[in-house]
Design a protein around this ligand. Sequence first.
Ligand code: AHR
Length: 624
Amino acid sequence: LNVTLRPEESKKISDMLIGVFFEDINYGADGGLYAELVQNRDFEYSPNDIGREENWTATNSWSTGGEGLSFDIDTVAPLHTHNPHYAVLDIKEKGHGLVNDGFDGIPVKAGEKYDFSVFARSTSNKRGKIIVRLLDEDGKVIGEARTGKISKTWNKLTAVVEATGSAVNGRIEVIPDMEGEVNLDMVSLFPQKTFKNRKNGMRADLAQAIADIRPRFVRFPGGCVAHGNGLDNIYHWENTIGPLESRKPLRNLWGYHQTMGLGYYEYFQFCEDIGAEPLPVVAAGVCCQNSSIGGAGQMGIPMEEMPEYIESLLNLIEWANGDPSESPWAKMRAEAGHPKPFNLKYLGVGNEDLITPVFEERFTMIFKAIKEKYPEIQVVGTSGPFSEGPDYVEGWKVASKLGVPLVDEHYYQPAGWFLNNHDYYDRYDRSKPKVYLGEYATHIPGKGNNIETALLEAYHLIGCERNGDIVSMTSYAPLLAKDRRTRWRPDLIYFNNMEVKPGTSYYTQLLFGQNSGNEYIPSVLTLSDNRDDVRKRIGISVVKDSLSQDLILKIVNLLPVKVQANIDLAALGITGKQDATKTVLSGMPDDWKARPETSPVAMEPQYWDELPAYSLTVVRLKSK
Ligand code: AHR
């Protein structure tokens, strides 16, 4: 393989190409990224959550820890109307309390500190403290603390528990140290070590795995979760901000419960913490076309309710960017701890919606309202469900007609499709809106992600970099999947309560995210064997990062044999030896354990390398 670089044809490309798409699917949020350890802390689980494996009720995950007490659920005088259920403990003989077994167990690490909190009240004149105990698998106490006294009205009590032992499948017992009736709600336990040590924060190891990709943006909260299963399941951002007890939980379309503890404030904060742009996605006034609840199929918010819905979307922009001294929404953001604006630039409207007149009418109203009031916000439209068929074309037509700046398109396709469509965006009409490839993954029947998927995705991303003048953003999907709770495969990062286990495809995202650039240098490939099926198994992308001034080469070899590559770097003005790092991800196509390996190299202007069979090679030439 001979590579001739054409610096004279260099072009600017998007500096936002690699991002992540976070959706609460596969227990990605509660029980996943959100570090809360108590499951059903709000006693709001309900049969409506349609947990497929369990018959959920408000008592789910809770039991009594022993004799002397019983408990029930009531709704008569709740802590907040959004959170109507609470536990009523009838304690005849003190000594035990309510036990929660977490999300598949509570992981406890000896020596670590945990923040406990609960809202409690005593309905009699008796008062007692709350004893909180961490228990290991055998019921041994591995941490204990006491709160202040329970009062007559709802009051938040807190304590810090230091673990004296460890457990994989731990539990928590919450014991009112008194007799009589005690009401409890919002029972919470967080490790103090969260990502960036944020209160109400994220699991440090999972958040770090995401941050390591160096995503330039985070799209949230869905996917299908954003537009919902039925109109009453549309995700309303304002129900997810403010004090936790006032947030409105929602049935998760993927068959469980969303506490909304991980809400808009936390998403925006996370973006800021990792230096990524927030890309919230709101429903385009329609629910998911695959809805099975509240009618069937796509339904639109009734026209008379659309002005109120649009107002709520404009409030979101105000909440994120407004001045707290002028805007009540911005004041809420400031009160939550962020007086400075979040500097929201993008807003996704719609997700894979069927492009019907019901959609078009509502999308148009929303788009025009945002454009009029906040022209600086870049609306990201939707292309509709992927097909070579009419919806897809219609989606782009609507967006082009309205002048939507960016369009989100999704495709989950087999290996052959990715191989044959590496030039997908080469043919793209430059007069249309820019592309946000919001969801994609290689799906190989019966297999998870492995070297084959990782390399095909790398190959596709090479095509995206080559077309980085019109492909502005990309994000693999789905991002997270918890062991035993995975309903969608493959996913980028698998995890359980103890471990984070990135799949092979993760390393493609990592290598592209850590090695992106904003200038593309075209190249011409000459192969000794120039047959079509050989040629289309080699991909190369050369980019420059103006910030570091580093030059980055990415080469995918999808052939079953190694390839000798000669790259003439002299064309870029490189004259002497230069320090570089080389990272190679390779293995047999089925290999799901392969990890990238990095080594230093001294680059000659006439760079010669041997690309292993089935490999992605990333070479980074340091300017300094
Ligand atoms: O990523 C999983 C789902 O795939 C998303 O929720 C949806 O947008 C798409 O159909």
